[in-house]
Design a protein around this ligand. Sequence first.
Ligand SMILES: Nc1nc2c(c(=O)[nH]1)N[C@H]1C(S)=C(S)[C@@H](COP(=O)(O)O)O[C@H]1N2
Ligand SMILES: [Mo]
Length: 543
Amino acid sequence: MIGKKLSGSAARRALVGATSGLLAAAAALGVAQLVAGLTGPLGSPVVAVGEVAINLTPVPVKDFVIGHVGSHDKQVLVAGILLMLAAFAAVVGMLALRRIGYGFAGLAVFGVLGAAAAITRPNSGPADLVPTLVGVAVAAVALTLLVRAGGGRQRPGPTSLPGPATAVQDWYAPAPLAEARPGALSARTPDRRRFLALAAGTAAVTAAGGLAGQKLLSRFNVDRLRAAIRLAAPAKRAPAVTAGTQLPIPGITPFFTSDASFYRVDTELVLPQIAPDEWTLRVHGMVDRPLELSFGDLLRRPLTEADITLACVSNQVGGPLAGNARWLGASLAALLREAGVHAGADQILSTSNDGWTAGTPTAVVMSDPDALLAVGMNGQPLPIAHGFPARMIVPGLFGYASATKWVTDIELTSFAAQRSYWVQRGYSVMGPIKTMSRIDVPKPFQQVHAGRTAVAGVAWAPHRGIERVQVQADGGPWHDAQLAAADGIDTWRQWVWYWDAAPGLHQLQVRATDGTGATQPGKRTGIFPNGATGWDSAAVTVT
Ligand SMILES: Nc1nc2c(c(=O)[nH]1)N[C@H]1C(S)=C(S)[C@@H](COP(=O)(O)O)O[C@H]1N2
Ligand SMILES: [Mo]
C-alpha cells in the first residue's frame, strides 16, 4: 500500500484533485453556513444561488418542475445546485493540482457567483456577503494545503522515478528527494498521510461548521413570537358551516384543509422570519393619504372571518394545489378607502418582504368585503409558511394574482404602468380561478368491487360558486352528482355519485358547472398562461 504513489497514475491524480476540490467546496459551504448563522440566513450561498436560480428559471422549466415534483420543487432545486457545485469543484480541484492558480481562479468564480447572488436580492444587505467571502477564503486555504499534500503540479512522469525504494521514500521524506532530482525542482511529491489527515480535518471543519450554523440559524426563527400572538374575536363572523358541507365519504378531500396539508407555493428557499414588532405595511402610490400600519394597528382593526378556497395557477387538472381555510383579517377595501384610491389606479401591486409581487384588480377588491389582509388561518395566527405575520387573500383569484404572503407593501398603480412577478414571466394579467372538479375516490388505478361504489371529490369555482357536478363512465351519459351543502360561493364543494360498477377496466370523468351557468370545458390545456382546463379522469379496475 504504502509503496504506491499518489502520482503513479493519471486516475489517481484525478482522484486526488477531485477530492481536494470537493473537500474545499464543502469546507466553503460549511464555514459559510456557520457565518450565516451569525449574519442571517439569507447569506448562505446555496440559498442565495438557489433563490436567484428560482427567479431566473424559465417558465416552462418551472411549470415542468411544479407539475412533476410538486412541493418537492425546492429539494430538487437544492440537490441540483449541490450536484452542479460538486462537479465544478471536482474540476477545479483537478486543475489546482496542476497549478494552484487555476484552483484560485475557480474559487473566485464560485465566490463571485455566490456573492452576487447574496447581494442582489431585495431583502439582503452587505452582511450577507460575509458568509460567501469567508467560505471562499477558507476553501482557498484548504485547497492549497490539500493540493500540496496531494502532489502539487505535474511530476516529470514515472520514467524518471527509479524504483520502488524511492517511491516508498516519497511518502516519508518527499521534498528533498524530489527537489534533488533534476527536472523536478518545482514538482511536489505527494504525501499520503498528510493528505488523508488534511482531508479528514477539512471534512470535520465542514461538518462542525454546518451543524453549528444550523443551530445558530434557529435564532432567527419567529415561531415563539407567533405563538405569543392573541387574535381578537372577529367583528364579522363567518356564517356557521352546516353539517352537510362535509360528506361522510372515506378518502374525500376534507372541507377545511388543515395548515399542515394546505399546499405551499412560493419562490422562497428559506421561509421569511418576520418579527411582528418589525413588520410594517406601507400603502402608497395613487392614493390621497399614504398609510403605514404596524402589526398592532392591523390587529386593532375590525377583523373579518371568511371561508375562502385558494388555488394555484400551476395546478394541473386533478392536481393538489388548492386548499380551503377559514381566514381572519382586516378588510382590504376599508383600508384602501381610508387611503383614498385615485381613479385610474386599476391595479393593487402588493410586495412581499423579499420583493415578490402580485397584481390584483382594484375593482375586485373594492367590491368584496371579504378580500382580506389576513392575519389568521383556521383559528390561529398565519403559519410562517403561509405568510406570517400578514398576507393577502382575495376570493376568486389565483394566488399569483392576489395572495401575497409576508406582504409589506401595497402600491396603488395601473396595470399599464407595472407588471407583477408572474406577469413579467408571461402569465396573464388577470388571474380568476378557473372552474375545476377533482375525483378523490376511487384513487387512480384503485381496485374496487363490483356494485354500488361512491365516486366522490371536490369542485371549485371561487366567487362564482358550484351549481352542478356531473360524472360520466366510459364516455357514456353524464350523471348529476349529489352536492354537499354550499358554504357560500367562495369555497369548494364536495360531491358524490353512486356508481353501479360492473367488472372490468373503466374510465370515469367529472365536470362542474359554476354559479354563472358555465360548464368546465373538456379541452385539456396546460397551466400556462392562466390555468389548466379539462376534465379530471380516473381509471378504475372493477373486480
Ligand atoms: N411572498 C410570496 N407570496 C406568494 C407567492 C410567492 O412566491 N411569494 N406565491 C403565490 C402563489 S403562486 C400562490 S398559489 C399562493 C399560495 O399560497 P399558500 O402557499 O399559502 O398555499 O401564494 C402566493 N403568494
Ligand atoms: Mo400559484
